[in-house]
Design a protein around this ligand. Structure first.
Ligand SMILES: [Zn+2]
Length: 314
């Protein structure tokens, strides 16, 4: 059995997982992310070593070690170019890790790792052209073209969430206005939900928010399922934004499948069915060639670990 190892460098925790040949994460280890680049690098190697030890392995038993992080990563130079969480710029992550780890280290953005994981073992298994959006605090994007991860020039490619959706629209976290992320992230959905609640005091979303400790990405979707008219309008508008973004990507890349991951994909058919229907109006030559399937990602957080673990292969 050939095992792989993937490390997730997050803002609050470093997690390492051991993946077997059937793409199961058989054991893992995690510890909190501390401050300071040198300490974090040492902790990443230590976390990986302990995870390996739990599987009865050593780091030199692996062909490579893969790292995914919610940061701007240049996989070609091995630099962590920019991290919002830590404010790091141009840190030599690969080179420093290889001082501790006796095999080649590969690094990538976490959304890119997730789409690799889904292609190898999840909802995109068997597909060679895959587009994935992760709907969370932001909108992450990952793209597989011809069976290979598309990283773009300097590895900065596939920032699908920062595609302009509305010219000069809502401000985005990236400094640009009108990005897809500013309309289709959970943060944006919460803003849209709060605006509708404030305009419509009769909506049952108020009671839902009180019962669930505040407004969340679930508020509008839960209340829409229960028949609340205001919530239905919020969901309808949100799905239109998302479908417009997806339609644009379909027209550029024509993926064989589009996957939606992240916390909001848990809304399941309440999200997927209207998006599938609405995307038709944005897809080029839809009446002739149709639109590719839009499905929920299957692996959850494991996708990033599995994808990172196999970065050396794709
Ligand atoms: Zn943006």
């Amino acid at each position: 059995m050939q095992y792989r190892i993937g490390i997730d460098l997050g803002g609050t925790a470093i997690k390492a997982g051991i993946v077997d040949e059937t793409y199961q994460v058989i054991c893992s280890h995690q510890q909190p992310t501390v401050e300071g680049f040198e300490l974090v690098v040492a902790d990443m190697a230590e976390t990986a070593r302990i995870a390996a030890e739990k599987a009865g392995l050593r780091l030199d038993d692996f062909p490579s070690v893969g790292v995914g992080s919610p940061s701007c990563i240049n996989p070609y130079t091995g630099l962590l170019v920019f991290s919002n969480n830590t404010n790091w710029r141009n840190m030599p992550l690969k080179q420093e890790l290889e001082k501790y780890i006796p095999v080649p280290v590969f690094i990538e953005n976490d959304a890119n790792c997730a789409v690799v994981g889904e292609m190898l073992a999840g909802a995109a298994k068997g597909y060679r052209h895959v587009l994935m959006l992760t709907l969370g605090t932001g909108v992450g994007g990952g793209l597989i073209i011809n069976g290979r991860l598309f990283s773009g020039g300097d590895g900065m490619g596939a920032e699908l969430g920062h595609t302009p959706l509305v010219a000069c629209g809502e401000p985005c976290t990236c400094g640009i206005s009108g990005c897809l992320e500013a309309y289709a992230s959970v943060t944006a959905l919460i803003r849209q939900t709060e605006k509708a609640m404030s305009d419509n005091p009769e909506s049952r979303m108020h009671a839902h928010a009180v019962a669930h400790g505040g407004v969340s990405g679930r508020t509008a979707f839960d209340c829409a399922r229960e028949g609340d008219a205001v919530a239905k309008r919020v969901v309808d508008q949100y799905c239109t934004y998302l479908a417009a973004g997806i339609g644009g990507f379909i027209n550029v890349f024509r993926p064989e499948i589009v996957l939606l991951g992240g916390g909001l994909s848990g809304a399941g058919d309440t999200l997927l069915e209207p998006v599938r229907k609405k995307v038709e109006q944005f897809v080029f030559a839809h009446d002739i060639i149709g639109a590719p399937p839009i499905e929920r990602a299957a692996l959850g957080n494991a996708a990033g670990t599995i994808g990172a673990a196999y970065l050396g292969d794709i």
